[in-house]
Write a protein that binds this ligand. Structure first.
Ligand code: SF4
Ligand code: SF4
Length: 159
């Protein structure tokens, strides 16, 4: 059994990913099902040495998605709905109050890296406003350019 990834990088289905990300509800379970599931090189404690979990896309109940969700961070009382730490529990506790931050997808060990890369490299940069400091610097730079242009034009007119 291989112990490291031995396949080339997968290509994400961007069309379906965009559709899921556009919905105002926890996306992690659907990204889990879009992914390939357990790989042969993943390390798990399995009682039956003959059991093969390769390709299993089930939730591991690790709770990473729950821990990373800002909605639950801001309102811990929502945890009172259930003691489970699964994607189903996340959906039950957050529902349509999802803020579409995608942290749950990035935190899930059952979601393919290709989808995480797509979200980080192509989706998130489109939704983030430029930092105010950078915008200010841009304005500052343009003010200097305008001042230099004004001086040059003024010199030509004065001749
Ligand atoms: S982590 Fe973000 S995307 Fe996931 S359910 Fe919470 S708010 Fe929604
Ligand atoms: S982060 Fe863990 S608990 Fe959440 S969906 Fe993925 S495997 Fe399940």
């Amino acid at each position: 059994m291989p112990t490291t990834r031995d396949q080339t990088k997968d290509k994400p289905n961007k069309e379906i990913a965009d559709y899921i990300l556009s919905q105002k509800e926890p996306p992690v379970a659907r990204f889990r099902l879009l992914s390939k599931g357990m790989e042969p090189y993943h390390r798990l404690y399995i009682l039956d040495p003959d059991s093969d979990v390769t390709g299993d896309k089930g939730c591991l109940a690790c709770g990473n998605c729950i821990d990373s969700c800002p909605v639950l961070r801001k309102d811990p009382a929502r945890f009172e709905k259930t003691e489970q730490r699964t994607s189903f529990a996340l959906e039950a506790c957050v529902g349509e109050d999802c803020e579409q931050c995608y942290s749950c997808v990035l935190a899930c060990p059952q979601v393919d890296t290709a989808y995480k890369d797509y979200i980080v490299d192509e989706v998130v940069p489109e939704t983030i406003e430029p930092a105010p400091r950078i915008t200010s610097l841009d304005n500052y730079f343009m003010a200097i350019v305008a001042l230099i242009l004004g001086v040059v034009i003024g010199i030509f007119i004065a001749r």
